[in-house]
Design a protein around this ligand. Structure first.
Ligand SMILES: C=CC1=C(C)c2cc3[nH]c(cc4nc(cc5[nH]c(cc1n2)c(C)c5CCC(=O)O)C(CCC(=O)O)=C4C)c(C)c3C=C
Ligand SMILES: [Fe+2]
Ligand SMILES: [Fe+2]
Length: 314
């Protein structure tokens, strides 16, 4: 039987402080995430923004240990998934959009080992053109220009039952940390410029699907929804996580549990933005803010990924 290559796709993150600026350059060079003037101006403007933003980003990465753990965690997820899948039917690879190991590196490694059939599994639970769309576009480019092969795509999985079960378990663990008090729950997703949605991006609809699937397990708890990590002068989805915390502070709320709903791994958005920045922001307003752990290599989550692979083969 021919081995199928499973490609786990994610954003990637700088693996050292020196990598921050070139990582930002790669990110801002991508017209699917942000359009900077006419096409020929994209790279020069990306270089400018990367240079301008690097210092602020570096200081955030410095506060979480000097690097993003995203690639390392994705590689751990690949190992765990590889152990869960039957061998030698599958081999699992990790391909990042904006830093090493790049999507092209993953495909080359697989190709060199003789693989000619792929399953691309996006590790963003919710589809957006800016994230999954961009990764699939890059993969299609690599396959069509250098490594011709068959590829099936797993686009999104906002209400996969095992994904929801794993999240439910982690949310309940988070609630238990409040020692019987009653935290308000904020589902915090990565922000997206509003024009994506106006142009038909399903990102918000799919996030709502995840939250709706979690609702029965959260019986009657106070739920809020917000968007974190804006990064430029356009109109972003509302409300921001900051404004939501501020509003709850105004209502006299003392306990908040943040669920990082659009990510499955730890990286700067969980380790710095929620754990350091929002926690401190809340504390200054008399609020204890805690975060639900990221799925990372949670065994039920790895089983969820396995069911996605099996479903696409049916
Ligand atoms: C659902 C996930 C994500 C969406 C949607 C998204 C959109 C988006 N992001 C930027 C700009 C930046 N993103 C950065 C980091 C980053 N973004 C995501 C996910 C989504 N981005 C992740 C998982 C990470 C973490 C990377 C890591 O640390 O491992 C950064 C770099 C950090 C910083 O300087 O703030 C930028 C910049 C835009 C413009 C955008 C719009 C569609
Ligand atoms: Fe981002
Ligand atoms: Fe971000």
């Amino acid at each position: 039987m021919e081995t199928i290559g499973v490609l786990l796709l994610n954003l990637g993150g700088p693996d050292s402080l020196d990598a921050v600026r070139p990582f930002l350059y790669n990110l801002f060079s991508d017209r699917l995430i942000i359009k900077l003037g006419p096409p020929f101006m994209q790279r020069p403007i990306a270089a400018l923004i990367a240079a301008t933003r690097a210092e602020k980003s570096r200081s955030m990465y410095a506060q979480i240990g000097g690097a993003s753990p995203l690639s390392r965690i994705t590689i751990d997820q690949a190992k765990a998934l590889s152990n869960a899948l039957s061998q030698p039917q599958f081999a699992v690879f990790t391909g990042m959009r904006y830093w090493h190991p790049y999507i092209e590196d993953a495909v080359k490694t697989a190709y060199d080992s003789g693989i000619r059939e792929f399953i691309a599994l996006s590790l963003y639970p919710h589809y957006s053109l800016a994230t999954t769309g961009s990764s699939f576009g890059e993969l299609e480019r690599v396959l069509s220009t250098k490594y011709p092969a068959r590829c099936r795509y797993i686009r999104s999985w906002p209400d996969n039952p095992l994904y929801i079960a794993a999240l439910t378990e982690l949310i309940n663990e988070g609630i238990a940390e409040f020692d019987g008090r009653y935290p308000h729950i904020i589902f915090s997703a990565h922000a997206l410029p509003e024009y994506f949605i106006t142009q038909g991006d399903p990102y918000v609809t799919e996030i709502n699907k995840t939250i709706d699937a979690l609702r029965p397990a959260l019986k009657g708890r106070e739920i809020h929804q917000s968007y974190q990590s804006r990064s430029g002068p356009v109109k972003w989805l509302e409300p921001s996580t900051e404004v939501t915390i501020e509003m709850l502070a105004g209502d006299g709320i003392k306990d908040i549990l943040v669920v990082p709903i659009s990510f499955v791994s730890d990286h700067i958005e969980t380790l710095y933005e929620i754990d350091i920045f929002y926690r401190d922001f809340a504390l200054k307003r008399g609020i204890i803010l805690k975060r639900v752990k990221s799925l990372n290599t949670h065994p039920v989550f790895i089983q969820a990924l396995k069911t996605l692979i099996n479903e696409v083969l049916e």
